[in-house]
Design a protein around this ligand. Structure first.
Ligand code: NCD
Ligand code: ZN
Length: 442
């Protein structure tokens, strides 16, 4: 049993915001009391227990207590590339970063396109016993973009969504069929919008910076034309569409119009696209190399506007671990991807929330409430009876990001060696303490 007291409780859905107490029993939230101090006797009565020695008491003074964050875009690399990340290391990194649930993408080796592999990811996640791991299964076999997977079977194995993320589905007909067929499962199709003809061999956003650095550019249209295509296909089929890592102003405009037209689509933005722009990319800075590439400042402003006005529904890390050996290659050859789980919340807090650009309540909506709703997951709430997936967040905690203190097996982040402020200090999954004083428990 657990009594967290004196923390600032935050839950936009249940309109909870204020100093109070939260009680946990049997892995679930049993009581939330705001604006009133509970006596030990009252706590014992509410928990149905006679001895305070059986209750862990946590003083959350000066800290926020919010629902565990849910990250809808994570690459765990197992099976096949365990040197970059494993399900266990990723689930630990997630917990350390404030995430109690993550969606694991299917672009592993082999690709997660059979029920046995979906079950493998799910079971490895359960074994790790840290953040809950929900498998995303491939849309097409081998991510080849041609033949659909057995979606109904994959869902039965535990898949919560379908995606060929890492690759855009080039054939409009395959995407149309995917949206149609996925309706049988009720699961969204997550689209990585990238037209390969337009993207070509580009490695950075096409514009002044790509010209200055002498690097091949990816035009913004490589993303936006596919956003428009998929929105129209979602309309025609009535399928559920989720757009991964949106990074251009034209995409935001199309999504806004699609929502006005009543199309069933949601969209996510990644913290790195909100914090860094193409002009910030150093020539040797392969830790800034990511797909879609870092946007222009103008695009970035449109992304933030979309987050605030409801056009964009989710924040997600797109945690994409890669080894030093690969990221040490020249910019044009290094793989795309930024390692995000352990720095994303702190970075968004420091750069957006602390600077007054994003309210803490909206952050919780974007990173806990909306992902739970879209993917039909438990969590994202402090409601009585809900799972006790909780984060105690210290807005004052400052920490230098170092390879030694991290749980991820890779360290490809632009924040390495830099200090960030605002971190989760304690994390519970189903009432079980998994992070204490910033350290993930064994
Ligand atoms: C991702 C990866 O490395 O798997 N890389 C990236 O730059 N985002 C793939 C993806 O999310 O598209
Ligand atoms: Zn992607």
């Amino acid at each position: 049993m657990l009594w967290i007291k004196n923390a600032h409780l935050l839950d936009p859905v249940n309109r909870i915001s204020g100093r109070g107490s939260l009680l946990v029993r049997g892995g679930r939230i049993v009581k939330v009391v705001v604006g009133e101090e509970l006596t030990a006797a009252a706590v014992l009565a509410l928990l149905g227990c006679s001895d305070l020695a059986e209750v862990s008491v946590v003083d959350g003074a000066g800290k926020y207590l919010f629902p565990g964050l849910i990250d809808a875009h994570v690459h765990l690399r197992e099976p096949g590339q365990e040197e970059k990340e494993e399900i266990k290391s990723g689930a630990r990194a997630a917990a350390r970063g404030g995430f109690t649930s993550i969606l694991a993408m299917a672009n592993t080796r082999p690709v997660i396109d059979t029920r046995a592999l979906v079950e493998y990811v799910r079971l490895q996640g359960e074994r790790a016993g840290k953040a809950r791991v929900y498998p995303v299964a491939a849309v097409t076999k081998g991510l080849a973009g041609q033949e659909l997977t057995e979606m109904v079977d994959l869902k039965a194995g535990g898949a919560v969504a379908f995606s060929d993320d890492g690759k855009g589905i080039q054939s409009a007909e395959v995407m149309r069929l995917a949206l149609e067929y996925a309706k049988l499962t009720g699961c969204p199709v997550i689209s990585h919008c990238e037209d390969e003809n337009l993207a070509g061999a580009g490695v950075i956003r096409k514009g002044e910076t790509s010209a200055r650095l002498g690097l091949r550019g990816i035009p913004a249209s490589a993303e936006s034309v596919m956003v428009a295509r998929d929105a129209l296909l979602a309309k025609e089929t009535g399928g559920r569409l989720h757009l991964a890592h949106i990074s251009t102003k034209e995409s935001v405009r199309v999504i806004r119009a699609a929502k006005e037209a009543g199309i069933d689509l949601t969209a996510e933005v990644n913290p790195h696209h909100l914090i860094f722009a193409d002009e910030d990319v150093p020539l040797t800075g392969t830790s800034y190399k990511v797909n879609p590439p870092l946007p222009s400042r103008e695009d970035q402003a449109a992304l933030l506007e979309g987050l605030l006005d409801g056009t964009i529904d989710l924040l997600a890390t797109d945690h994409a671990p890669h080894t030093w050996e690969e990221k040490a290659k020249p910019f044009a050859e290094a793989p795309f991807g930024i390692n995000g789980l352990e720095t994303a919340l702190a970075a968004v807090w420091q750069e957006l929330v602390a600077k007054g650009k994003l309210k803490p309540e909206r952050l919780i909506e974007l990173w806990a409430v909306n992902p739970a709703r879209r993917f039909g997951l438990p969590g994202g709430t402090l409601a009585e009876g809900a799972l006790a997936d909780l984060v105690l967040f210290d807005p004052e905690w400052r920490e230098v990001v170092t390879a030694e203190t991290r749980e991820s097996k890779s360290h490809n982040t632009p924040f390495l060696g830099k200090e960030l402020q605002g971190f989760p200090v304690m994390v519970w999954v189903g009432g079980k303490l998994v992070v204490k004083d910033r350290k993930v428990l064994p």
